[in-house]
Ligand binder design. Structure first.
Ligand SMILES: [Fe+2]
Length: 396
């Protein structure tokens, strides 16, 4: 079969110039039964375009797991692990997930009460709403008028002990028909984005890096990010800005001795920029809510320090300072023109490069609006790679 690539169905809000290498619809493959040759093609297309859409797929949980694993054959467990460590502490993860017993790496997500689904007699699904995690929430009147919010921009990653998944697969089984909603950013910009109910929003983190001014590119290429131990427990009580791209520093994080037992060797310190293994490009890959500290290296010898931020390096431990810097660097890339909100149709399969973008749950559901998706991602077998010496020389 010949693989055919089509542009993504971009909404009018998107600036096509920002999506030249981002996202493709793929036709001409049987995605559940790929030959080795087709898989090799899909593998490099995914790293090149970050998101691949396949329409009208029939995919069992077994096939979805096998496909996801093929991108990282020695990976095994679900990307966020099990929830044993969190039993006595509140975490923002897990309550929305239901595992498919036959293939525990595949999660059932969505909204409403679902019966007899993959041997689950009854699942009560709840689409996550901004109401539980934003500091300021939309009024009932605005919600009734069709306004909604981004929930929480993120990477699929435990960011403690387990390594961030390489690929996430999302397969839509049931999608409600409903009027459009408007995402309101409510961050002083007046930005709004029209979306279908329950779309998934994506933004390229290659673009996030590329649109930074030179002084912030210089900081990005020199910085490593330290995540908190058990970060989702640590920040469970914290509240987000209304655009979902970061946490308001209000001192609501737990102190480290209030956390479940943790081990320094399992704490994750990653480069701020992750190098794409196929294209060599740099992706600004930071989960803003889970970051505790930043290590910034000094500008290397032989490169002018003039006009540089933190030219002699720094170790930022003040959460307000850390989060303000991250917000400045990440907010531009969620402007409506850079966001692809995927409008789900039943039997859509989306594969996305989880180390090359941020994504976000969107929308406000009524209890009787039924949405069913299968999600799979696997804790990776290796850590992401940062910029090499040449990248540092080029951007520092
Ligand atoms: Fe996710």
């Amino acid at each position: 079969m010949t693989i055919e690539l089509l542009p993504l169905p971009l909404p009018p809000s998107a600036d096509p110039a920002g999506f030249v290498d981002f996202g493709k619809e793929v036709r001409g493959v049987d995605i559940g039964n790929l030959s080795d040759e087709d898989f090799e093609n899909i593998h490099s297309l995914l790293y090149k375009h970050s998101l691949l859409l396949f329409r009208s797929c029939d995919l069992t949980p077994e096939q979805q797991y096998a496909l996801t694993k093929r991108f990282d054959p020695t990976s095994e467990s679900f990307g966020h692990g099990n929830n044993k460590i969190d039993q006595n502490k509140k975490s923002i993860l897990h309550p929305d997930l239901k595992t498919i017993a036959r293939v525990p790496q595949v999660q059932l997500i969505g909204n409403g009460v679902v019966h007899d689904h993959e041997e689950i007699p009854e699942a009560k699904l709840k689409h996550p709403s901004h109401v539980v995690c934003h500091k300021e929430i939309l009024s009932d009147e605005d919600t009734a008028r069709g306004y909604t919010r981004f929930y929480r921009w993120h990477i699929d990653a435990a960011l403690y002990n387990l390594r961030p998944s390489k690929v996430t697969t999302l397969y839509a089984i049931k999608v409600p028909k409903a009027p459009k909603q408007i995402v309101r950013y409510d961050d002083g910009t007046g930005d709004e984005l029209e979306v279908s109910l329950g779309c998934t929003a994506f933004t390229s983190t290659r673009n996030m890096f590329n649109i930074l001014p030179p002084e912030l590119k210089s900081v990005a290429v020199r910085t490593r990010v330290k995540y908190a131990p058990h970060p989702y427990v640590w920040m469970a009580a914290s509240k987000l800005y209304s655009n979902g791209i970061g946490i308001i520093p209000e001192g609501k994080e737990l102190s480290y001795d209030e956390l479940p037992p943790w081990d320094e060797s399992k704490v994750k310190v990653y480069p701020m920029l992750w190098k794409n293994p196929v294209t060599g490009e740099l992706h600004f890959q930071v989960h803003p809510g889970c970051v505790a500290e930043l290590y910034i290296d000094s500008v290397p010898e032989g490169i002018s320090k003039e006009g540089k931020l933190y030219p002699d390096g720094a170790h930022l431990t003040n959460l307000k300072q850390v989060r303000e810097l991250l917000y400045t660097m990440q907010r531009p890339a969620i402007a409506p023109k850079f966001v692809y909100p995927h409008d789900w149709s039943e039997k859509d399969l989306v594969l996305f490069h989880n180390r090359g973008m941020l994504h976000c749950i969107v929308g406000t559901f009524k209890p009787d609006q039924i949405r069913v998706l299968h999600q799979c991602n696997l804790a990776a077998s290796d850590d992401p790679t940062g910029p090499n010496a040449e990248d540092v020389k080029r951007w520092a």
